[in-house]
Write a new protein. Structure first.
Length: 542
């Protein structure tokens, strides 16, 4: 769609691309000056340019892809006229096509960045949900596959690779195949998912796909189970124990509700308990006495609120940390474990049962893979190293403390050895090239001399663990520290960079409080699948 517009600023019809012409007046009543002006106007050549809609279309598409503008705004004439030439009236198909062009361009740029990246990349598979009752077509669950890495400037980056509706087919969903189009299979270090059978199948699906392309001694792909979910599960189980009582509380106390957050439920119950304890609750509108909580039931609610208050305190301290890197998780979980352990002995029988159930779930979460990931990540924090792992195991893993510490050190050493092989130092690489040009006997002789006549050279890992831990600082930034420590520990810093990129939780900040999957953007999920995916991706790339 095109028109013509004056090159100069004009008013009236010229703004709409219509060039005014001076009419020739034949009336004999006009003065000489007027006739002269008319004559000049008639001979004046007015410069006009053709309006190029494609420039505005490109601008609009870039705005939509960046998230600055919602897709439906393209059809708002008033808004469009205020931002663009009034001649700009594109169809939605034109806008969609241009958005897809922007997506393909940005995808090539992002693919190049990931392809040239010399470190490891962690994936996350998040579950989002849309419950739009006005437009039921977009209701349902959606999977978001994202890549996480620490760039060359030691900045934590996240890029959405694929966003699609979740089908009933389980791990064969499009989101799980999304990484295949990016050529990063040999760079995948970990996959973060929710805790559950179907999500564990997702991890196995990804691991099987890339198994042949990775040659690590340790597990080629670490499964990471969302830490934020263990908080949610513990809280919801506690609420479940007093579900009937909560219904009674709602009969006598108005619950302020907004989003489905467990913190909101906890705050409402706290207010209700406070009103009850001060005698401010009225039961005159309650029909039956059975619908009013008894004093014993109020005590149960009060006890549960105290437990959840402790969980909320640790949750806020952990999940609002910026940047949220894996090294800070273990000591926050350690703090929570200590609080729950104390409550399991101090509380009454009812609350002791709740707390002991929480501790069981806590211990299940810290089994096997997650224990190794959390402890190795903490050991890569120079404030902790292996000293803190020893301290943690003495309090949480009391029965087999020495074995657990030894397992962590062994796992770190094996993983570090893999990095030494993949990223040899300059001296090692030169020596390897010389050996390739030598006979076997010469190579064996050189190895014999090194092993018998020279003391073993300490590795980055050995030197790092032997040096004293740093003084405690709550504002410590592991990314900044390792950035400057790269010259002292060239190989270990690579390993640390890859570990610090692993997302230990799918949600941070307010997102960890949701009792249901986080809400999907309704403006996006109502679009066609290809455009929906394109916008979710590009909004994380720009």
């Amino acid at each position: 769609m095109s028109g013509v517009a004056e090159s100069n600023t004009v008013t009236g019809s010229a703004k709409n691309g219509i060039s005014d012409s001076t009419e020739e007046n034949s009336s004999s009543g006009h003065s000489k000056d007027e006739s002269s002006f008319s004559s000049v106007s008639d001979t004046k050549v007015r410069k006009v340019v053709e309006y190029d809609q494609q420039k505005d279309l490109r601008t609009l598409a870039e705005w939509i892809c960046s998230g600055a503008v919602q897709p439906e705004w393209a059809g708002d004439i008033t808004w469009s006229n205020s931002m663009f030439n009034p001649l700009f009236k594109p169809s939605f198909n034109e806008v969609e096509t241009k958005c897809m062009e922007v997506y393909e361009e940005k995808k090539m740029e992002t693919k190049k960045i990931l392809g040239n990246f010399d470190g490891q990349i962690s994936l996350s598979v998040d579950n989002l949900r849309c419950e739009n009752h006005i437009d039921p077509r977009c209701c349902g669950d959606y999977l978001c596959l994202s890549a996480h890495f620490v760039d060359e400037n030691w900045k934590l980056k996240k890029r959405v690779l694929c966003f699609s509706s979740r089908s009933v087919s389980g791990p064969s969903d499009d989101s799980l195949h999304g990484h295949e189009d990016w050529g990063i299979e040999n760079k995948i270090r970990a996959v973060t998912v929710n805790n559950g059978k179907c999500y564990k199948e997702m991890v196995e699906h990804v691991k099987r796909h890339i198994q042949e392309k990775k040659e690590f001694q340790l597990n080629p792909v670490f499964p990471v189970y969302c830490c934020g979910e263990i908080f949610r599960v513990m809280v919801q189980d506690a609420f479940g124990k007093i579900e009937d009582i909560v219904c009674k509380v709602q009969q006598v106390h108005y619950f302020k509700t907004s989003e489905p957050l467990w913190s909101t439920i906890w705050l409402n119950l706290q207010e209700a308990v406070k009103s009850w304890s001060t005698g401010k609750l009225s039961t005159k509108d309650v029909i039956g006495s059975n619908d009013v909580p008894s004093p014993e039931e109020w005590k149960k609610v009060e006890g549960v609120c105290k437990i959840i208050g402790s969980i909320d305190e640790v949750s806020e301290a952990l999940f609002y940390t910026t940047p949220l890197t894996p090294n800070v998780y273990l000591y926050h979980l350690h703090e929570l474990h200590g609080i729950l352990t104390k409550m399991s002995t101090d509380s009454d029988c009812f609350n002791r049962t709740i707390v002991k159930d929480m501790l069981k779930k806590f211990d299940q979460y810290l089994d096997n893979d997650m224990f190794l990931l959390l402890t190795m990540s903490a050991a890569l924090d120079p404030r902790f190293k292996m000293r803190y792992i020893e301290f943690f195991c003495s309090e949480v893993k009391c029965k087999d403390e020495k074995t657990q510490v030894a397992n962590v050190l062994w796992a770190m050493q094996k993983l570090f050895d893999d990095y030494v092989i993949r990223f040899p130092t300059e001296g090692e690489s030169c020596r390897s090239r010389r050996w390739k040009r030598s006979f076997r006997v010469v190579k064996d002789y050189q190895q014999f001399i090194c092993s018998n006549d020279r003391p073993a050279k300490k590795s980055d890992l050995d030197r790092y663990l032997e040096e004293p831990v740093l003084p405690w600082s709550p504002d410590f930034n592991a990314l900044s520290w390792w950035r400057t420590a790269g010259t002292a520990y060239p190989t270990l810093s690579r390993m640390a960079r890859d570990f610090l990129a692993m997302p230990m939780s799918l949600s941070t900040g307010n997102g960890v409080y949701y009792t249901v999957p986080k809400p999907a953007d309704e403006h996006i999920v109502r679009l066609k699948p290809d455009l929906m995916n394109a916008l979710m991706c590009t909004r994380s790339w720009v």
